[in-house]
Write a protein that binds this ligand. Sequence first.
Ligand code: GRF
Length: 187
Amino acid sequence: MVKRKTCVFISGQGSNLKNLITHSRDNSFPIKISLIISNNKNANGIKYAKYYKIPYKYINSKLKNSEREILLLLKTYNITFICLAGYMKIISNKIVNGFKKKIINIHPSLLPKFKGLNTFERVLKSNEKKTGCTVHYVNNKLDDGSMIIKKIFYLKSKDNEITLKQKTQKLEHRAYPEAIIKIFRYR
Ligand code: GRF
């Protein structure tokens, strides 16, 4: 099987990155993580890049030429698929348009509900009965592209932001690899 050369974009913890790396080491998993881009030089996720010896690059996304730098890196590493995993920056139109249906994101809510930040706080405030996570294609709007996979769980009265995050991330770690398998199953 020819694996898709994939770049994972991160900004923080990197638990989804670590999970994707683990899956990608399986021969039958459709992607190989060839590059990791972080816009936070202290992101915890960078330690997984180092540990697994995967090329990584810190890009200061506040700088004017950062988009050009990213595009060049994607080209240099022959990247054909992108996974956003906690990347706290909106991807530029140029990158989105160049990777149509080849760039995906994971979001910690049942989209289209609760797009954007502070998801768990807003889920609790609005007394939702259920929540979960969504893997979706990235388009030019925030947390908006078509859905690939959703996973749901029901809230308990004792739930708080910490428990919601734990439960959601547990589901995310199943959802992201499943979504990738689903995308490439019939290609
Ligand atoms: C995840 O909850 C994801 O849904 C959101 O950012 C978080 C990243 O977590 N987009 P991690 O860095 O993968 O641990």
